[in-house]
Ligand binder design. Structure first.
Ligand SMILES: [Fe+2]
Length: 400
């Protein structure tokens, strides 16, 4: 669905109430605005975008929440964007094309780095940057997840956001951070009583080959790395699901923009009390944002590991939101029956595994989860038993 719509107020009524400066700014950019549960970002229609002297569109999602948003920048073959700066954070994931980005630091120095598909980089806060398409043939397309909504709505002054002379040297990162190098850090997630791995950098060459670390608590064989990018308040992590497996369901705050990176699969989403799952299929280019407190679960259906990238507000260094702090402390890997956000395999509705077994049968993949589930019994269940409210274990404890 392509929209640029909100209820139209009476033209004679003073425009002093119910304002949304971010949405007003987005409308004023005069590029296509897409709103849906999720998107295939590679397929979205773009339009001329004067701000970047390039092309682009907004990729709004129903689960984006109040603080986060996403737009797509498309740089035509052989072209470059206009230098731009802004007071909101931006995490860029390269969907297609090859090119480079130049960043001007507060001390006048420049940093440039080259990227290709599935690279990840952050724009240091309020630094001017310019994006170059190094191909003379193919357009370059970049997904830009950002916190422009909270920034623009907080100040509601576009000059302050887009033409602000303030500098933030501690947001720039080290020179090596623009070369794809970084610093591996760990911290203790106190609630989960486990170690979490963090990579601090500004630029990741290729998310498909980046080293991940075991995170079995989210499902056997799962692996993960969290990123601190440009010392920001926005978070990103990359997770992998082995072939023949899927992750445990969980839920959290709104605004996590989940990008499929490698492999194929789908996500199921539901609220407590729902009788039907919301299904979102994915492969590279697909992005969705699980709405606030909606359970969601990611499934690999292909014959190789599946990876995804999640971008949200609240980094491991600066959780910012109480719900994010609890996730960073490990609450995302603890059962809802113990005050966490996760549904353990043994507590999930039988139709979850049945649906996945049918999906991997179609793709010719063997389940590696027979040690957890009685798969013969699940396959023998009659369709009539897969109706009614989705079984969800009782949650204890407050959300935060
Ligand atoms: Fe999630």
């Amino acid at each position: 669905m392509t929209v640029n719509e909100r209820p139209v107020a009476d033209a004679n009524e003073p425009k002093d109430f119910l304002l949304d400066p971010y949405r007003d700014w987005a409308s004023g950019e005069r590029i296509p605005v897409h709103l849906d549960f999720g998107h295939d970002l590679l397929a979205l229609e773009t339009g001329r975008w004067d701000r970047y002297d390039a092309r682009g569109c907004f990729a709004f999602t129903h689960g984006a929440g109040d603080f986060m948003s996403n737009y797509v920048i498309e740089v035509p073959a052989g072209k470059k964007t206009r230098p731009v700066k802004h007071l909101y954070e931006a995490i860029c994931y390269v969907l297609a094309g090859v090119g480079s980005t130049t960043v001007w630091l507060p001390d006048g120095e420049q940093r440039s780095f080259e990227w290709g598909p599935r690279a990840l980089f952050a724009i240091p806060l309020n630094c001017q940057y310019q994006i170059f398409n190094n191909s003379g043939v193919e357009p370059a397309r970049i997904s830009c997840t950002n916190d422009a909504p909270i920034t623009i709505n907080l100040y509601h002054d576009l000059d302050f956001v887009f033409d602000n002379p303030s500098t933030f040297p501690d947001r720039c990162g080290l020179s090596k951070h623009f070369k794809g190098e970084g610093d591996h850090r760990t911290y203790t997630a106190s609630l989960a009583k486990g170690i979490r791995n963090v990579w601090e950098t500004n630029f990741v060459h290729d998310l498909t080959s980046f080293k991940l670390y075991e995170l079995d608590a989210r499902g056997k064989g799962s692996s993960n790395i969290s990123f601190i990018l440009a010392n920001g308040t926005m978070h990103a992590h990359c997770s992998q699901i082995p072939s023949g497996r899927y992750k445990k369901a969980h839920r959290h705050a709104a605004g996590t923009h989940v990008h499929a990176v490698d492999g194929e699969g789908y996500s199921l989403l539901w609220y407590e009390g729902d009788c039907e799952f919301k299904e979102f299929p994915w492969r590279h280019g697909f992005m969705c944002t699980p709405p606030f407190w909606m359970f969601h679960q990611h499934f690999n259906t292909c014959d190789k590991p599946a990876r995804y990238l999640a971008c949200s507000l609240g980094s491991r260094r600066y959780p910012f939101v109480a719900l994010r702090r609890k996730s960073s402390e490990g609450g995302g890997s603890i059962s809802v029956q113990q005050g966490g956000r996760q549904i353990e395999y043994e507590d999930q509705d039988a139709r979850v595994h049945r649906k996945w077994l049918e999906a991997i049968r179609t793709s010719g993949v063997e389940s590696q989860m027979g040690d957890i589930f009685d798969e013969a019994a699940i396959l023998a269940m009659s369709p009539a038993s897969f109706t009614g409210v989705i079984q969800t274990p009782q949650s204890i404890g407050p959300a935060t």
